[in-house]
Design a protein around this ligand. Structure first.
Ligand SMILES: [Zn+2]
Length: 316
């Protein structure tokens, strides 16, 4: 069998390709470490040549706050998916390993943090733990312990939803700024200007919400999960929760809620994405009212609070 020179050459090339393609050690399968820049290199912003800080927060609204102050000098990851109830969240293994590269974890006082913080610290002892609730007086949860019977103690019964009060977010922003400049003093001026801008935006938002809510007659609202305590306090509203002690209401509690709604002429039950809405629907049917979704964990914090105030303005 005579092989043409051409076919010989082609077979040769084919063989080389085959070898490199599938072989363990083939270039394609080479772990790209040697080409990929190391994590520190990755943190250097090619444009500003600035080192980017890697930060982790617990919930999406915090990412909004931190990015407002940190701008492009930081990168923020969020531990809890906005569609999951943050209080009882269990971090995923890859999230835990991503903490190895994180310079700061910004807490907001959620029960799951108390449970996991030691673990987070053990994964990366260099990581700064930034408590954004410093100096914020938290209220007791309305008869609520988020299903932490065996662990319930003072800390656990404090209402964690401080991110829904613009006034309290100003304090959180100040706390975040003060810790950010410790982690990255070279950008203090940049963070300070951003903080000032953000505080002004919060004042404007607060004014718009106040205007939206100033003339509503009925200032009481029924909500499944009592996340709006601080919002209600800021704007002189009264929150009536359906969920009691982190649990679905009993038949007697449901009947009581229906009576309250009728007496107060309440026509709307507010719910949030990750909670079962059956009991809310039962009440709505009884009062010939409606169930409306409002999300306390929406990533677009300012827009969301404004939208909620507009819903309250038209529905309460
Ligand atoms: Zn909650």
């Amino acid at each position: 069998m005579k092989y043409s020179l051409k076919s010989l050459i082609l077979t040769g090339i084919g063989t080389i390709l085959f070898l490199t393609g599938c072989g363990e050690n083939s270039v394609k399968n080479q772990p790209v470490v040697s080409q990929k820049p190391t994590s520190t290199q990755e943190k250097i912003d090619p444009e500003t040549k600035e080192k980017t800080l890697d930060l982790m927060v617990s919930i999406a609204p915090q990412k909004y706050f931190v990015e407002k102050i940190g701008g492009d000098r930081i990168r923020v990851n969020v531990m809890v998916d906005p569609t999951v109830e943050p209080e009882i969240y269990e971090p995923k293994p890859q999230q835990l390993s991503s903490l190895e590269d994180t310079e700061g974890y910004i807490t907001i006082g959620l029960p799951f943090e108390n449970k996991w913080l030691d673990k987070f610290k053990s994964i990366n002892p260099q990581m700064a733990i930034i408590d954004s609730t410093q100096g914020i007086e938290r209220l007791e949860m309305v008869d609520h312990d988020h299903g932490h019977e065996e662990e319930s103690h003072a800390e656990e019964t404090l209402d964690p939803h401080i991110w829904l009060s613009p006034a309290l977010v100003k304090k959180q922003a100040q706390n975040i700024y003060e810790e950010l400049i410790k982690l990255d003093p070279s950008n203090q001026k940049f963070y300070q200007e951003n903080l000032a801008q953000f505080l002004t935006e919060i004042d404007q938002l607060d004014q718009e919400i106040t205007n939206n809510l100033k003339d509503i007659n009925n200032r009481k609202f029924i909500v499944f999960h009592p996340a709006w305590t601080y919002f209600a306090k800021d704007y002189n509203l009264e929150q009536i929760p359906v969920e009691v002690g982190g649990q679905e209401p009993s038949a007697a509690e449901l009947a009581q809620l229906i009576t309250t709604a009728k007496n107060e002429n309440i026509k709307v039950i507010f719910v949030q994405p990750e909670f079962k809405i059956k009991s809310a629907q039962t009440i709505a049917q009884e009062i010939k009212g409606e169930v409306i979704m409002i999300n306390p964990n929406d990533p677009d914090w300012a827009e969301n609070l404004l939208k909620v105030s507009e819903v309250f303005k038209t529905k309460l």
